[in-house]
Design a protein. Structure first.
Length: 354
């Protein structure tokens, strides 16, 4: 007689691609097969980056790389994974001068990828050597150029609301991938089991609290902030909210996703160019935040409704729990766009990502 198993034995955990396949019907016409191929390439790159970061933090026990070198290393691994596995028609990274077309063999692929290979390694802060969490941020779009031909810049300069999937790999006390394929699917977290090299579902249905008691902002620049931002800081302090600012974009965003809170990156009067990139950082984080029930804005317009004009556009960024973002935005809107500066009217050009 055969042994009949009518229910799973133990607590089976889904691997990331298994999760995508099981939810293929919710992908709304998008290819689960191609999505899994892209995620497999990104997972491979993330595991190589994780191993290199581990060695980089071993100090005299291993080879220590300078920060620009580790960032370039990560960028090369992401580029190699996407190009060599032929999973996208093209891609753009924060260290590339322009978009990358993956060649004729990939011209029938439906998707393009935008990746910030190693967030949190800006020249001003040595987060890696301080053992602060850093991450890889990605977003996936369906191309608008004709299948069978090369990719165009229009494929990459789309509004964030057109994203098919987005997420980040965070390298910290554990290595995680937090990703979403839209609000209808929510946000899920997958934790890497280093012994197996597999990302397993560990945080299903992640939801950002509607309100919070944490605000994240570089308070050292307060005297240079626009007045409405200082008003909001006063409000947070009067309420006894906790200031938690790590200086690593992914780490701050991840904590607020779990606990509730707000992240603010405003312009300053001395430096009107915020150092957060629109398409490489803000848009994917905005997509995740809104899929988890939060909000993301530049103070006046939803980040996901904004259409970039160039790859390296920059924007002011306010992201987090809906009630907190609404309050901060109301102060800005009450003061008017002039309080934000002329750059509030359109993204700012710059070729540097923190």
């Amino acid at each position: 007689m055969p042994i009949v198993i009518d229910k799973p034995l133990g607590n089976a955990k889904l691997e990331m691609n298994e999760w995508v396949v099981r939810h293929r019907d919710a992908l709304k016409g998008h290819s689960a097969e191609e999505m899994c191929q892209i995620l497999t390439a990104l997972k491979l790159a993330s595991k190589v980056i994780f191993l290199e970061l581990s060695r980089n933090g071993s100090f005299t026990l291993g080879t220590i790389r300078e920060e620009p070198s580790i960032e370039t290393f990560a960028n090369n691994k992401v580029s190699d994974a996407l190009r060599n596995r032929q999973v996208v028609a093209g891609f753009a990274t924060s260290l590339s001068d322009d978009i990358v077309d993956c060649g004729a063999a990939c011209h029938n692929k439906r998707y393009v990828a935008i990746v910030h290979a190693l967030d949190g390694t800006s020249s001003g802060f040595n987060n890696i050597m301080a053992n602060v969490s850093v991450g890889t941020v990605f977003s996936i779009y369906e191309r608008v150029s004709p299948l069978g031909g090369p990719v165009t810049r229009a494929d990459f300069l789309q509004a964030g609301k057109n994203i098919v999937a987005a997420g980040y790999f965070m390298y910290g006390t554990s290595t995680m991938c937090v990703m979403s394929v839209g609000a209808h699917m929510g946000v899920c977290g997958f934790t890497l089991d280093p012994s197996l090299g597999t990302y397993y579902l560990s945080h299903p249905n992640m939801h950002m609290p509607h309100d919070g008691k944490i605000y994240s902002i570089d308070g050292g620049k307060r005297r240079f902030f626009p007045n409405p931002i200082n008003e909001y800081i006063d409000h947070c302090q009067e309420k006894g909210f906790s200031l938690r600012y790590i200086g690593s974009f992914i780490a701050d965003a991840h904590r607020n996703l779990l606990k509730g809170g707000i992240f603010l990156y405003p312009p300053t009067y001395t430096d009107p160019k915020p150092s957060v990139s629109m398409i490489f950082q803000c848009v994917p984080l905005a997509f995740l935040t809104e899929a988890a029930g939060g909000k993301a804005t530049d103070g006046f317009t939803s980040i996901l409704d904004m259409v970039p004009e160039e790859l390296f556009d920059r924007v002011p960024f306010i992201c987090g729990s809906t009630a907190m973002v609404d309050h901060a935005s109301s102060l800005l809107q009450k003061a008017g766009a002039a309080s934000w500066g002329e750059h509030s009217k359109r993204p700012i050009r710059a070729h540097s990502v923190a």
